[in-house]
Design a protein around this ligand. Structure first.
Ligand code: NAD
Length: 390
């Protein structure tokens, strides 16, 4: 039985919020503040029991915002129009969805092809937030950026927490302490947040990115930008892969900077490819004892040769941390930001008449539509499923 609080009349759209099941996932797809807006606008909102617990949003707050708490998945999903999640839905959940249900969240399609084909077979409509184009109009829906912001912050804190040194300069009766040096490799969204956080902790910060355009942003945060005569800006503002000669030059410069750093935070990645190796095991051997590497690219192969995903290892007195799902460490705010992203995204799905659109012609909807009406709409995913066959 669902909780029996009186809910206002609805516009027929039922939003269901899943309790995340993935190990270590603390985030939730929406927060009470956003639920309040939806219930006021006439949506029926159902939240799975304890969905917000890991992020410190108790059921009572959702109820106060006008939601109903569903005790289990079956009641949550029965008659749901839109299902919201952070991680891709499990295959068993897809089996519980009616044809035409809209699912929105990160889909990581390349790693979840069975779920994608199951959604196709059940004629589910799935939007993948990681496919939202990075255009100005979509900034409010850019969950990759909001979660990278949370991850960059958490990485700097994790690095500081594992470092045996103070980060700020201190002048005390017991002597003067020099500030720690923090090196950030990859100055995208997560890297810039890691720079800002390390600066706030008082460290001297150096940063490097293959995209020369990142230099101005790095300097505006009070950090030093390490310049190489390479500009590897590729399509859509992302980095391209370096040539073998460029890689050698990069290794030399990066190795020298790594050797003088107390904390190194690496965030370098190239969409759809294995992360580039920027720190070899030989370079780790040149680092100071007590130095720390936090490798944000651990889940896509790692920027350091010695990184082990999901573990912290010690080599030559250096701690190398390969964290998984860093945004979940700041689950309260990461969920709040994600919820705002979803709120903006949902506004594209509902017309001025309050009715749900089934015409996904809007540029943002079209680009993020992964599966619809029994078809995989995202070409790279379709190619993976059919192995290149039409
Ligand atoms: P990402 O997570 O794909 O990569 C992180 C960083 O690693 C990038 O800055 C990349 O240049 C860098 N990198 C890749 N290979 C490297 C190497 N060998 N050495 C050093 N650095 C390397 O990137 P992201 O954070 O998602 O951002 C990518 C781009 O998208 C940036 O230009 C960013 O400003 C832009 N962006 C635009 C919008 C928008 O316009 N709405 C929103 C978010 C990000």
């Amino acid at each position: 039985m669902m909780s029996t609080t009186t809910v206002p009349p609805t516009n027929g759209i039922v939003i269901a919020v899943l309790r995340e099941q993935a190990p270590g996932e603390q985030r939730v797809a929406t927060v009470p503040e956003v639920v309040k807006n939806w219930t006021k606008s006439g949506y029926e909102v159902r939240v799975e029991h304890d969905a917000g617990r890991g992020a410190f949003y108790p059921d009572e707050l959702y109820v106060a915002a006008g939601a109903r708490i569903a005790p289990d998945r079956a009641e949550l999903l029965d008659g749901a129009t839109i299902v919201l999640c952070v991680q891709p839905p499990a295959i068993a959940d897809v089996g519980m969805l009616a044809e035409g249900t809209i699912v929105i969240g990160f889909m990581n399609a390349a790693q979840n092809l069975t779920t994608v084909t199951r959604m196709r077979a059940r004629r589910i409509t799935a939007f993948a937030l990681e496919l939202v184009p990075r255009i100005t109009r979509a900034q409010g829906m850019d969950a990759l950026s909001s979660q990278a912001t949370a991850g960059g912050y958490a990485a700097a804190i994790l690095g500081a927490d594992n470092c045996p040194r103070f980060l700020p300069m201190l002048t005390t009766a017991a002597g003067t302490i020099r500030p720690a040096t923090v090196l950030i490799l990859g100055a995208g969204v997560a890297g810039l947040m890691a720079i800002a956080t390390a600066r706030r902790l008082g460290a001297m910060v150096e940063a490097y990115d293959v995209r020369r355009a990142a230099g101005e942003q790095v300097r505006s945060l009070g950090a030093k930008f390490l310049e190489l005569e390479i500009n590897a800006e590729g399509q859509g503002g992302y980095a391209r892969e370096l040539t073998p000669e460029e890689k050698v030059k990069e290794q030399q410069m990066v190795s020298a900077a790594v050797a003088r750093a107390d904390i190194v935070i690496t965030t370098a990645s190239i969409p759809g490819r294995k992360a580039p190796v920027l720190i070899t095991k030989e370079t780790v051997g040149t680092m100071r004892p007590g130095a720390v590497i936090v490798d944000l690219a651990a889940e896509s192969g790692g920027n350091c040769e010695l990184t082990q995903s999901g573990r912290a290892v010690k080599e030559h007195g250096v701690t190398i941390i390969g964290p998984q799902n860093l945004p979940a460490r700041v689950a309260y705010h990461a969920s709040q930001m994600y919820a705002k992203n979803l709120q903006s995204f949902l506004s594209l799905l509902v017309g001025k008449d309050g009715l749900l659109t089934r015409e996904f012609t809007d540029e943002i909807l079209a680009a993020s539509l992964l599966v619809h009406a029994g078809e995989v709409r995202h070409k790279p995913t379709l190619d993976l499923i059919s192995g290149g066959k039409p």
